[in-house]
Structure formats: structure tokens, C-alpha cells
Write a protein that binds this ligand. Structure first.
Ligand SMILES: O=C(O)c1ccccc1N[C@@H]1O[C@H](COP(=O)(O)O)[C@@H](O)[C@H]1O
Length: 215
């Protein structure tokens, strides 16, 4: 066992929450982006979050959400963290953090080295960073596309100012290599533990957490 922390994102059923918790995930994510096959409505997310055992960090993933949307989510769902996965500016990240009093994780899309400097800008305001593959220009979703970026871009950059997670195209088969190449100590996965879009699989969740944590 190592101290790698795993987030399983896009949970939609009680069985998903149980599978993530039993596998040893540290975070679970609920997607509040209607175009996603992993979308959950607020009442559904509230029910799922209530099933999470104490200590499992419950994250709401939103995309360019308004205050009204975030007000509605945070009023009903017991949360430990907000994940901002759109084009929210550093100022917006700071505003959300102050308004809701929850830790904020900002997702940053990376395709090449020119995308890396923004990580420093967000480090000044976000509590955590999620370094994900930049979506293709015509993508419907800003994340959850099962696409990896060139992990060599992060080699030797282990020490960002903030805790960070690696995401994008991770699977039970490649997560150990991704951790080795990037030096990440946290990873986030969505489509890599699914048998169909939005349909998580307990065996894949177990295999992913096992592969990440047993190096
Ligand atoms: O999962 C989604 O549907 C999603 C929708 C909108 C924004 C982000 C989304 N997912 C995030 O993207 C990463 C990477 O996904 P994948 O493992 O490549 O499928 C995922 O961990 C979520 O945080």
C-alpha cells in the first residue's frame, strides 16, 4: 500500500457509492452538468451523498455554474468540496470559495506546455488543482472524455503550490504508469471505470483503486 488518494467521479447509484467506499477511494464525485451521461439531479445527489461513510470526501462537479445553481446544490447536498470544471477565472474561484466556505478544486485542461503556466495562477486561489486532458475543440463535455494528455509534460513538476490530482483517460491498466511518470499522489477517474457511458462497474473500480494504491 502507498498513500495515493483516488477519486471516483460520476457516481449515479448507491451501489456506485458502496463500490467506491469499499474499494478504498478517498473522494467521490457527483456531476451536475446536464449534458453528461453521469448527470445527477440535486435530490438524487443528496441521497447518494448521505450514503457515503464518514471520511469519504464528497465532491460536487460543476461547469461554469451560476450562484443560483451552486446555492441550490449546496443547500441540499452534504458536500466536502466543490470542483469547478469549466472556464471559471481565478477571481470566480476565489468568489466561490468565499461564498460557500467549502474547499474548491479547479480543473485545468492540459494539451501542451503552453497550458502549464495557468496552473500557477490558479494555485494562488484554489485549494486543490485537477490537471486533466484538455477536451477536443468539438467535444460535448469539458471532461469525462476518456482522453489522456502527454504525461511527460508533468514529469519533474511534482511540487505545485497546492495538492493536485491527475485526471484524463486513466484506467486500471495505465494508472500505475501515469503515477510513475507524473509523480502525482492523487488521481481522478470517470469513464475508465465504466462499462458504458455513465455506468460504473464495481470490479473496474476495485481494479483501479488496487492498481493505484498497491505499487
Ligand atoms: O465525467 C463527466 O461526465 C464530466 C463532465 C463534465 C466535466 C467533467 C467531467 N468529468 C471529469 O473529467 C475527469 C476525466 O474523466 P475521464 O476519466 O477521462 O473520463 C474526471 O475524472 C472528472 O473529474
Amino acid at each position: 500500500m502507498n498513500d495515493i488518494r483516488v477519486k471516483i467521479c460520476g457516481l449515479r447509484s448507491g451501489d456506485d457509492v458502496t463500490a467506491a467506499a469499499q474499494a478504498g477511494a478517498a473522494y467521490v464525485g457527483f456531476v451536475f452538468f446536464p449534458k453528461s451521461p453521469r448527470y445527477v439531479q440535486i435530490d438524487q445527489a443528496a441521497t447518494l451523498a448521505a450514503l457515503a461513510p464518514v471520511g469519504l470526501c464528497k465532491v460536487a462537479l460543476t461547469v461554469n455554474a451560476s450562484n443560483a445553481e451552486l446555492d441550490a446544490i449546496t443547500a441540499k447536498v452534504p458536500l466536502d468540496m466543490l470542483q469547478l470544471h469549466g472556464v471559471e477565472s481565478p477571481e470566480r474561484v476565489a468568489e466561490v470559495k468565499a461564498r460557500y466556505g467549502l474547499p474548491v478544486m479547479k480543473a485545468i485542461g492540459v494539451a501542451d506546455a503552453s497550458d502549464l503556466p495557468q496552473i500557477d495562477a490558479y494555485s494562488a486561489v484554489a485549494d486543490q488543482l485537477l490537471i486533466d486532458a484538455k477536451p477536443p475543440r468539438d467535444a460535448e463535455l469539458p471532461g469525462g472524455n476518456g482522453l489522456a494528455f502527454d504525461w511527460r509534460l508533468l514529469a519533474g513538476r511534482k511540487y505545485w503550490q497546492r495538492p493536485w490530482m491527475l485526471a484524463g483517460g486513466l484506467t486500471p491498466d495505465n494508472v500505475a504508469e501515469a503515477l510513475r511518470m507524473t509523480g502525482a499522489n492523487q488521481v481522478d477517474v470517470s469513464s475508465g471505470v465504466e462499462v458504458a457511458p455513465g455506468q460504473k462497474d464495481a470490479d473496474l473500480i476495485r481494479a483501479f483503486v488496487g492498481a493505484a494504491t498497491s505499487r
